[in-house]
Design a protein around this ligand. Structure first.
Ligand code: PLP
Length: 451
């Protein structure tokens, strides 16, 4: 594969864009390939190389790179009418109505422009609504580039994880290990009347994919309810990806007070959203006093893309297709792993998948080749499963994997075989409606060779 054009573009970018990229995760080594265009489930780079894409823009592209016809038509027509107005439009009401009809926790939605903006506003809303400052987050969880959640450490020992964030932000954030019921109980015992909210992804989707164990979210729901705190599900990735139109909260049967969205709800255009009970959402200005505002919020082109996107999913077997291919991929990779590389674990659910290199042979299983398993939604409910102990349960389980190996070896090997995976051990991968059974076969062949 030649990469001369990408290398030249990267050299130019390095002079005018810090690190050559506009989002740090894109800075693959030795240099990123620059995309020229998308084509269904594929992308084509500046040198004309074609890759089967499982990055899917890091999640927003449920349909791959070709918009379904009604989505394309709506986007073009709204763009042609004039990009935005600074006054309300019908299509933002239509999208809010759609979300309220399908997502169990949502009666009202405020739209913003990114997942980060959504989680920032959700945290402010929870603090304003409860009159408390502390938020509980999960170690290894990710909620975008916001000061309150960019923390490391545990319990009261949180520190900002980036320079530039005053440590006073971390003072109000309590990180606990995901899936650890006792840790959550302890925090509520010690700080119950200071906690504004527990903020968690229903599935840790930015740290290798960690599924919740049975009963975990249910216990968080009880603890928050008993102590007058809010439960916020960050469904920026899982929203309209896991559990179909009901999202992960529908799949797991746990209803949070507030939900943050992003990615798919904007149909590939910049978006975020905060949804929840009217009583809570109406704390936002101008109905209430918690300040929330944005020049581009509810952008008509984004709203039209999001609305038509979700309507198309409601009217066609989109989730049936992507989830079936997701399962075929996970099962197929787990066969290959069992045969060739038992120290890998296959994780994921619905149309999300990842392999985690756990260093050791399977714990809980016999550690031999032939021990086939996927850590998915079924497994989390079955502690008697031979490989249950082997599934990652916390962010640390993934962080302690041999994460270097993913980027240094595996990602490169797959890229050289024309398969575009997420470039580090932590980010999820996604199947789109544009992927086919033949694509899955091709991917499994590449896994077989690369592993
Ligand atoms: N929350 C979660 C769970 C995410 O995965 C992300 C981004 O990947 C964000 C929030 C931040 O979203 P954005 O990158 O749109 O700001």
């Amino acid at each position: 594969m030649r990469h001369d054009e990408s290398r030249a573009l990267y050299d130019r970018a390095l002079s005018v864009i810090p690190g050559g990229v506009n989002s740090s995760v894109r800075a693959t080594r030795p240099y990123p390939f620059f995309i020229e265009r998308g084509d269904g489930a594929h992308v084509v780079d500046a040198d004309g190389n074609r890759y089967l894409d499982y990055v899917m823009g890091y999640g927003p592209l449920l349909y791959g790179h070709d918009m379904p016809e009604p989505v394309r038509a709506a986007v073009q027509s709204h763009a042609a009418d004039g990009p935005m107005y600074g006054a309300p439009t019908e299509v933002e009401v239509e999208l809010a109505e759609f979300v309220a009809r399908h997502v169990p926790s949502v009666e009202m939605t405020r739209f913003v422009n990114s997942g980060t903006e959504a989680t920032v506003s959700a945290v402010r809303l929870a603090r304003g609504y409860t009159g408390r400052d502390k938020i509980v987050v999960m170690q290894g969880g990710y909620h975008g580039a916001q000061e309150s959640t960019l923390v490391e450490g545990e319990y009261e020992h949180a520190e900002p994880s980036s320079p530039g964030i005053p440590s006073s932000f971390a003072e109000h954030t309590i990180p606990v290990p995901f899936n650890d019921v006792e840790a959550a109980e302890r925090v509520f015992e010690e700080h119950g009347d200071e906690i504004a909210a527990v903020l968690t992804e229903p599935i840790l989707a930015n740290t290798g994919i960690v599924m919740p164990v049975d009963g975990y979210h249910e216990r968080l729901r009880e603890l928050t309810e008993n102590h007058g705190a809010l439960l916020i599900f960050d469904e920026v990735i899982t929203g309209f990806r896991v559990g179909g139109l009901q999202c992960a909260q529908g799949k797991f049967g746990v209803t949070p007070d507030v939900t943050t969205f992003g990615k798919i709800v904007g149909g590939g255009f910049p978006v975020g959203a905060i949804g929840g009970k009217a009583e809570i959402l109406e704390e936002f200005t101008p109905a209430g006093d918690v300040f929330q505002s944005g020049t581009f919020s509810g952008h008509p082109v984004t709203m039209a893309a999001g609305y038509e996107n979700l309507k198309y999913a409601a009217e066609n077997d989109v989730y049936g297709h992507v989830n079936r291919l997701g399962e075929r991929l996970r099962e197929g990779i787990s066969d290959i792993v069992a045969d060739q590389a038992p120290a890998y674990t296959v994780v994921g659910t619905d149309s999300m998948f990842k392999t985690v290199f756990t260093r050791e042979g399977p714990a809980g299983g016999d550690g031999d080749a032939g021990d086939r398993h996927v850590c998915d939604a079924g497994c989390r409910q079955d502690e008697s499963c031979a490989r249950y102990d082997h599934c990652p349960k916390t962010g640390a389980d993934v962080a302690n994997a041999e994460t270097e190996r993913w980027e240094r070896l595996f990602w490169q090997e797959m890229k050289d075989r024309g398969i575009f995976l997420t470039a580090n051990q932590f980010e999820s991968q996604f199947v789109s409606y544009a992927h086919t059974d033949e694509d899955v076969e091709e991917t499994l062949e590449a896994y077989k060779e690369a592993l």
